[in-house]
Design a binder for this molecule. Structure first.
Ligand code: GLA
Length: 405
């Protein structure tokens, strides 16, 4: 009798344990939006270890590393074939030294290496995905010294998204190596509602397209310009925060937008707390693109410890106004000219009472006067003077407001 009771107790205890086997993600990662570079936007499948090494070198040389960029991420098409035991292997022609040697090189520069896989049996580019190999893949990535896993949603074939992404989250945790988990599910199944404990960021939209305001159709799916992606963030800010960010996709800065558009694109991604993953050729970028990507004042808005995404307070016209509460009672304020022509815009600070329910913060310049710094021109002033400027087409003005002592 005693024996069967203890057997029953053991059984209950194991059942209880089994229900808790879901690991947590690595909580110490992604406390501010991740910053780095990814190969896809500029190079697509045209990648090899030399590009990754040279990019790591360039990240240091251009001041990107110093500005806070950390991850060098290899996207789709690094793959060879699985070996006889099913272990993933890189393409031997394009990555002849192997991933471990590449990770060692990137680490020797004080940077981190990221890799890409997919929930399905094939990636979007048609290479092997991780379906059925999740634990094996995560363990191999850990052995290679990988620090970041981007996990795509092609060929999901009826998979339950929460289940598929939790499995990889658990596999990463079980590998024992802290790897940032970046979900790339395009917002199809509203990941913001269920992925807070699964990943460090989730894509909110389909892929970015190199244009200011367009939709580029690919048949069953579309890519989106800068403004289109911005507009798709509506209603999502409450889901974003330290450790779990709304990802607006990799940056197109330096890939062919105008300078004003690059500036706006970067300011928008920064104030919206999106991960800042550059997607240009760091080895050959223009001084203008370099200056935009390394603007420390704009980056500081994105990396602010409060981690509250911006709120749109005026929209519908040519110029939109976004505000973002920052730590220490500061604010970021962005005036964005969406129009194809220069637009004069006046904003009387004292006329606005901006109440942000999410952060329980109020911006009321009639009560608290602020000094401001223009994060692009570096001009300074106070909210005692109204904002009254002509903003060039597709350009932006972004301020940091500090309560006046
Ligand atoms: C999808 C993703 C992109 C990129 C490609 C690679 O489209 O959304 O970011 O990773 O796959 O094939």
């Amino acid at each position: 009798m005693k024996k069967s009771l203890s057997l029953l107790l053991t059984l209950c205890a194991s059942l209880l344990l089994a229900s808790q086997v879901h690991a947590q993600k690595f909580d110490e990662l992604g406390k501010t939006p991740q910053m780095g570079w990814n190969s896809w936007n500029k190079f697509g499948c045209n990648i090899n270890e030399q590009l990754i090494r040279e990019t790591a070198d360039a990240m240091v040389k251009t001041g990107m590393k110093e500005a806070g960029y950390q991850y060098v991420n290899i996207d789709d098409c690094w793959h060879g074939e699985r070996d006889a035991l099913g272990n993933p292997q890189p393409n031997a022609e394009r990555f002849p030294s192997g991933m471990k040697a590449l990770a060692d090189y990137v680490h020797s520069k004080g940077l981190k290496l990221g890799i890409y896989s997919d929930v399905g049996d094939k990636t979007c580019g048609g290479h092997f995905g991780s379906r059925g190999h999740e634990y094996q893949d995560a363990k191999t990535y850990a052995d290679w010294g990988i620090d970041y896993v981007k996990y795509d949603w092609c060929n999901a074939k009826g998979l339950n998204p929460e289940g598929a992404y939790s499995t990889m989250r658990d596999a990463i945790k079980a590998s024992g190596r802290p790897m940032l988990f970046s979900m790339c599910e395009w917002g199809d199944n509203k990941p913001w509602e269920w992925a807070g404990n699964i990943s460090h960021s989730w894509r909110t939209t389909g892929d970015i397209y190199l244009c200011w305001d367009c939709e580029f159709g690919h048949g069953s799916w579309s890519s989106w310009g800068v403004l289109r992606i911005l507009d798709k963030q509506s209603g999502l800010r409450k889901y974003s925060g330290p450790g779990h960010w709304n990802d607006m996709d990799m940056l197109e800065v330096g890939n062919g937008l105008t300078e004003a558009e690059d500036r706006s694109h970067f300011s928008i991604w920064a104030i919206m707390d999106s991960p800042l993953i550059s997607g240009n050729d760091l080895r050959k970028m223009t001084e203008s693109a370099r200056k935009i990507l390394t603007n420390k004042d704009v980056i500081a808005i994105n990396q602010d410890s409060l981690g509250v995404q911006a709120l749109r307070v005026m929209g519908g016209g040519k110029v939109e106004v976004y505000v973002k509460p920052l730590a220490n009672d500061e604010w970021a304020v962005m005036f964005l000219n969406r129009a194809d022509e220069a637009s004069r815009f006046e904003f009387k600070w004292a006329d606005h009472y901006i109440n942000d329910d999410l952060s329980s913060r109020v911006l009321e310049a009639s009560k608290t006067q602020y000094t401001w710094l223009d994060l692009w021109s570096k001009a300074k002033g106070t909210t005692a003077q109204n904002f009254n400027q002509v903003i060039p087409a597709h350009d932006v003005v972004i301020y940091r407001l500090t309560p006046k002592k």
